[in-house]
Design a protein around this ligand. Structure first.
Ligand code: CTP
Ligand code: MG
Length: 398
């Protein structure tokens, strides 16, 4: 391993935003593009770029997940990674990242985690230009749309787009320039280039990249999903190589629990509850077993048994999120999970899409499909005594 103990370059990856405009139920950096989160994709580019200290700025309470993503993406560079807690604004989050820089660092790149597919060449271009000029450097693209200045609904002026450039990240600066600019900033700026320019320093542009677009809206996420490198689904496929692995899990719970039914990650008001140590969600438990079996990590009893009181009464999201963590700590990423539920009740089809979305979100975005069937009145499910779920999971080396 050839690590520079004292890197000259640092990348501050700001990932502490909530992603209001994306509108998912997890902070934006932890939304899945495929089996991997936005943050993980972003860090893949960061670690393919020249060696640097990497400071990930995470939302409060999400530092552990960020560190897992960062360590996995870092590979042999894991000791260059640290995670700090972000602030209420992007600017506060960058400042938190700057406070964690090591003494050896002379050049700092600030990068939005939301620009998840930024290629390593953009980092190289920015670093090269800062080294050459000593100026602040911003990757930028020409503006393609015709831009109008408006007042309410009325166009008041045309703006010459030849004079405009759309700024991206990573934005690079000499460390002393960036730190002194942050020290004197007395208002919120939209990016670091504006903050540094306001402090009186020069900032130049280099060519940006269309893939460095910022994931802001659901449409952006769709675009990222279609562009992201497909997960290898064939033996030996993909850079990570190795065979994918399959796992199977099954679970049965009897009706007769207290309270309301929880099944397939959803609450079912008015339906009889299942009994069990947790909420009796046989669909989720079968998924956990399938995933653990695929990874060779034992079964649900190994990790969530009655000796773990924190999982008493827990719902699918807690079990599945922890299972995801266990798999990723062991170096596995989920390709997909398919489940079949055998049960007379509840009537499942009307809420299938909702259940699949909830279960998929709990797995960081990996696709989950749930089929449901009755058993023609036969067996314990046919008699309405309980439910049975059978799950199959496919995973691959992360
Ligand atoms: N960011 C941050 N801390 C904040 C706000 C934003 O670290 N308090 C980061 C985001 O995680 C993102 C980048 O700054 O990587 C660009 O911000 P933006 O795209 O606006 O992300 P969000 O603020 O999360 O999204 P929204 O504005 O829709 O809530
Ligand atoms: Mg924002």
């Amino acid at each position: 391993m050839t690590l520079t103990a004292s890197p000259r370059i640092a990348v501050v990856v700001v990932a502490a935003g909530s992603g209001t405009r994306l509108g998912q139920d997890v902070p934006k950096a932890f939304v899945g593009i495929d089996a991997h989160t936005i943050l993980r994709h972003c860090l893949r580019g960061v670690f393919a770029a020249p060696e640097a200290q990497v400071v990930v700025v995470a939302p409060e309470g999400r530092e552990g997940e960020a560190l897992t993503d960062a360590r996995e993406a870092a590979g042999s560079r894991a000791e260059l990674v640290s995670v700090v807690t972000g602030g209420d604004t992007r600017q506060a989050s960058v400042a938190a990242g700057l406070a964690a820089l090591w003494p050896s660092v002379e050049l700092v790149l600030v990068h939005d985690a939301a620009r998840a597919l930024t290629p390593p060449e953009v980092f190289e271009r920015v670093i090269g230009a800062v080294e050459r000029t000593g100026w602040g450097v911003v990757p930028a693209l020409p503006v393609i749309d015709t831009i109008k200045r408006v007042s309410g609904e009325q166009i008041v002026d045309a703006v010459d787009r030849a004079q405009l450039a759309a700024a991206q990240t990573p934005q690079g600066f000499r460390r002393d320039v960036l730190e002194t600019s942050y020290a004197v900033a007395d208002q919120e700026f939209t990016d670091d280039a504006a903050l540094v320019a306001a402090a009186g320093h020069r900032v130049a542009i280099v060519e940006g990249d269309a893939h460095a677009f910022k994931i802001t809206t659901p449409a952006d996420l769709e675009r990222a999903r279609s562009l992201a490198a497909p997960v290898p689904a064939v033996p030996g496929g993909g850079a990570a190589g190795g065979l994918p692995r399959v796992g199977i899990g099954t679970d049965v719970h009897a009706f007769g629990g207290d309270g309301v039914l929880w099944l397939a990650g959803l609450e079912w008001p008015g339906e009889a509850a299942l009994s069990g140590h947790s909420d009796g969600d046989a669909v989720a438990h079968a998924m956990v077993d399938a995933l653990l079996s695929a990874a060779g990590l034992g079964d649900i009893g190994t990790h969530f048994g009655t000796s773990r009181p924190e999982f008493a009464g827990a719902h699918a999201d807690a079990f599945l999120a922890r299972t995801c963590e266990l798999l990723s700590e062991a170096g596995w990423a989920i390709v997909n999970v398919a489940v079949q539920l055998q049960s007379n009740r509840p009537k499942f089809a009307p809420r299938r899409a909702e259940a699949e979305a909830a279960l998929s979100a709990a797995l960081g975005g990996a696709p989950v499909s749930v089929a449901a069937t009755t058993t023609d009145g036969l067996g314990f499910t046919g008699a309405g005594e309980g439910v049975q779920a059978l799950a199959v999971a496919l995973i691959h080396r992360a």
